[in-house]
Design a protein around this ligand. Structure first.
Ligand code: FAD
Length: 340
């Protein structure tokens, strides 16, 4: 089996996770990416890195939570920086109905009061009367997790080549796993981009131990601690494929919500304001599609790339292995019938 080579196109979270699972199945793998380095051009670099299947359950199909739940242990085994300290969901007093509405649509949470909020996040002491705590959820920093995954692949003999603008039609006779994100729209015509704006700030005046979501009827927002006083603040969801920088309105809204969570954010240093285009199908659900006998697409990870990549990677690796085995069995039968 080790002679069968698979080319994975795209070194975003989908591609790196797929490469990892293909290697696990004994296949020889190469990863190519058109960017000059990890994070150059892909959406994965902009992600919050929340592994939050039950928070996401409130706004998406049950299958996302089912597929995503297993990803937490996958990341914990493969990236030492994965933190399983749960997630907190809060709302201003006037938005408490938002909390109730959120609760009706999900599971695996605890209603907690002000004292428990203070115990979990002392810097939020006295700021919220009620919250939801999702103890089983986790988070990671994508800008540390992706390099760690690439290093793991290199250690296992996988070449990760940058500056290679690849189209699946180029290569003959090799199995391809196409993880080009939104760029795969040249083949997957029902793929669209959903714009997400985000910020990274630094403040020495506040500490959070877990992602905090702030519910709001118009601008739901989250803050993910990255350690060392750095926080990712995100993210808008706009039906637009514009690559333009973040708008003033979105930036003001995100910063306003952060300051509402804690006034110390008003003095924080802005390190980055950025945007990413989430690849999504019309259902907003991920899919693996085989086109021809040698190309599998993994795409449509939408707002759940880190949450879903491990499950999608396992599925596509099984499918590729099955395809390779089927092809070699068919070749053997053909040779036998010709009397070889
Ligand atoms: C602001 C924001 C916050 C988010 N937060 C979260 C979160 O908290 N949790 C979560 O799970 N998800 C989150 N997401 C979603 C997640 O980022 C995406 O689902 C995920 O990054 C998609 O990964 P991908 O590998 O499919 O695509 P990408 O990361 O876009 O990777 C595609 C790769 O393909 C390469 N490529 C393209 N064309 C070619 C070519 N012709 N040849 C070679 N290489 C090519 C690109 O250079 C790129 O590296 C967030 C997204 C955004 C924008």
């Amino acid at each position: 089996m080790s002679e069968s080579k698979v080319i994975v196109v795209g070194a975003g979270v989908a591609g790196l996770a797929a490469a990892f699972e293909l290697v696990e199945r004994g296949l020889k793998v190469e990863v190519v990416d058109r960017g000059s380095a990890l994070g150059d051009g892909g959406c994965s670099w902009m992600a919050g890195g929340m592994l939050a299947p039950w928070c996401e359950r409130a706004s998406t199909d049950a299958s996302v939570a089912e597929l995503g739940a297993a990803s937490i242990s996958w990341w914990m085994s493969n990236f030492i920086g994965t933190v399983q300290s749960g997630s907190l969901v809060v709302a201003a007093s006037r938005d408490l109905p938002e909390l109730t509405h959120f609760a009706e649509r999900t599971e695996r949470y605890e209603w907690i009061d002000g004292d428990r909020i203070n115990a979990l996040e002392p810097d939020l002491a006295g700021r919220f009367r009620k919250a939801f705590y999702f103890p089983d959820e986790a988070h990671l920093d994508p800008r540390r997790a992706l390099p760690a995954l690439a290093d793991l692949l290199k250690y296992r003999g996988v070449q990760v080549r940058f500056g290679v603008d690849f189209h699946p039609a180029q290569e003959r006779g090799t199995q391809i796993v196409d993880c080009r994100g939104l760029a795969s729209r040249d083949v997957l015509k029902d793929l669209r981009g959903v714009r997400g704006e985000m910020l990274i700030v630094r403040s020495a005046d506040i500490t959070l131990s877990r992602p905090v979501r702030i519910l709001h009827p118009r601008i739901p927002l989250y803050i993910v601690p990255r350690g060392g006083g750095v926080f990712m603040i995100g993210a808008t969801m706009i039906e637009s494929e514009s690559h333009a920088g973040a708008s003033v309105r979105s930036t003001l809204e995100m910063l306003g919500a952060a300051c509402a969570l804690h006034p110390a954010f008003a003095e924080a240093e802005i390190l980055e304001i950025n945007t990413g285009l989430r690849p999504a199908f019309t259902t907003n659900l991920p899919a693996i599609r085989r086109i021809g006998s040698r190309t599998h697409f993994v795409n449509g990870l939408f707002r759940h790339g880190f949450l879903l990549a491990p499950a999608m990677a396992k599925q596509v690796a099984d499918a590729v292995l099955h395809q390779i085995q089927g092809t070699s069995d068919a070749g053997l039968r053909k040779r036998r019938s010709k009397g070889h």
